[in-house]
Design a protein around this ligand. Structure first.
Ligand code: TRP
Length: 339
């Protein structure tokens, strides 16, 4: 992590896309850090199913992925007694806040959205939800009074939009008495470039991923399919130019990493050897989590209870901010405060 440590009273918030099975890119890019941070700060982590709807219109898949993400976080060590984990749709007020924010968001700012343009360039339909995605993300963050947002570098622009919205809202509706703190991004581990099977950045949209919980024959087939050059077994190899080693580097402790790098350079060590070692490292790293995930998957009601409790806490916190927002903007409601 590249920033100074946030103050311990900082509210940490982050959203996780349930757009597919989580993979090693997600793990090293965000999940691992979320798990490390969640005990240290009052935190709200939510599974952004409203966001996922901008690109996924399949009820069965959305349901499954949403619960899969919850299982993944819990299995990998997220402790629901230490921080809140919940479904975005359990706090429907975020869509209300997103609407309010839309009325103070210049269209021209959204038109500069890099991820919007990327997604449309990839052929995704340019729906209004995709266009206003960053506004909903701002609502996600600000509705809990978030101070710090641990995200990957690709989210910088969205956090910038969030900061602008917090400031614009404060200036427009509550000058002198800010409703929202202006959050800071905590940009996670830019060093962890995780290559996919084809050597490009591991990404669901490239179809080059290794799932965190892939196992058995599927995992083996994928690892064996990682692209390497054709240097013969006997010859010396450059570990720093190898996709397999780039993954080994993420998993292996320092001494192992050094031993394997030396073996590459010495020659007589083939990519097949490296792949076997990588496979072993992946299996070992996630063995405990895999066991916990299997156990949790057999107790879906317990997982629902955890999410329900997280959602309750999220709604409670959001309610306080929303009262201030309705009051500052003059939105009268007859059945809830403020009148
Ligand atoms: N846009 C984020 C991503 O693709 C997901 C997200 C939605 C998010 N709402 C958020 C991240 C709020 C941080 C805070 O990863």
């Amino acid at each position: 992590m590249t920033h100074a440590k946030p103050a311990s009273s900082s509210v940490v918030v982050s959203g996780i896309q349930p757009s597919g099975t989580l993979h090693l890119g997600n793990y090293f890019g965000a999940l691992r850090q979320h798990i490390a941070l969640h005990r240290e700060y009052p935190s709200y982590y939510f599974i952004v199913n409203y966001h996922a709807m901008t690109t996924l219109q399949d009820a069965e898949a959305l349901r499954r992925y949403s619960l899969d993400v919850a299982l993944d976080y819990l299995a990998l060590g997220f402790d629901p007694t230490q921080a809140h984990l919940f479904l975005q749709s359990d706090v429907p007020e975020v869509t209300e806040l997103a609407w309010i924010f839309q009325t103070i968001t210049p269209v021209s700012q959204l038109e500069k959205g890099v991820s919007y343009k990327d997604k449309v360039a990839q052929g995704l339909p340019a729906n209004a939800g995709l266009f206003t995605y960053p506004v909903l993300q701002a609502a996600d963050i600000l509705i809990y009074g978030g101070d710090v947002v641990p995200v990957g570098a690709d989210q910088k622009q969205n956090i910038e939009i969030t900061r602008d919205l917090a400031q614009r809202f404060n200036q427009t509706f509550s000058p002198g008495e800010p409703v929202f703190p202006v959050p800071e991004p905590l940009i996670l581990d830019d060093v962890a470039v995780v290559p996919g099977l084809d050597g490009r950045k591991m990404s669901k949209s490239y179809g080059n991923t290794i799932g965190i919980f892939d196992d058995g024959a599927e995992l083996k087939t994928k690892v064996m399919a990682i692209v390497t050059d054709s240097t013969p077994l006997e010859e010396p190899k450059d570990p720093d130019a190898c996709n397999v080693f780039a993954l080994i580097r993420l998993f292996a402790p320092e001494d192992e990493r050094q031993r394997i790098a030396a073996a590459y350079r010495a020659g007589g060590y083939g990519y097949g050897h490296a792949k076997k070692e990588l496979l072993q490292l992946i299996v070992e790293r996630f063995a405990g989590a895999r066991e916990r995930r299997r156990d949790l998957a057999r107790r879906p009601d317990d997982v629902m209870d955890i999410l329900r409790e997280g959602g309750r806490a999220g709604r409670e916190r959001a309610g306080v901010l929303m009262d201030a927002v309705r009051s500052a903007t003059g939105l009268v409601t007859t059945y809830r405060s403020p009148r």
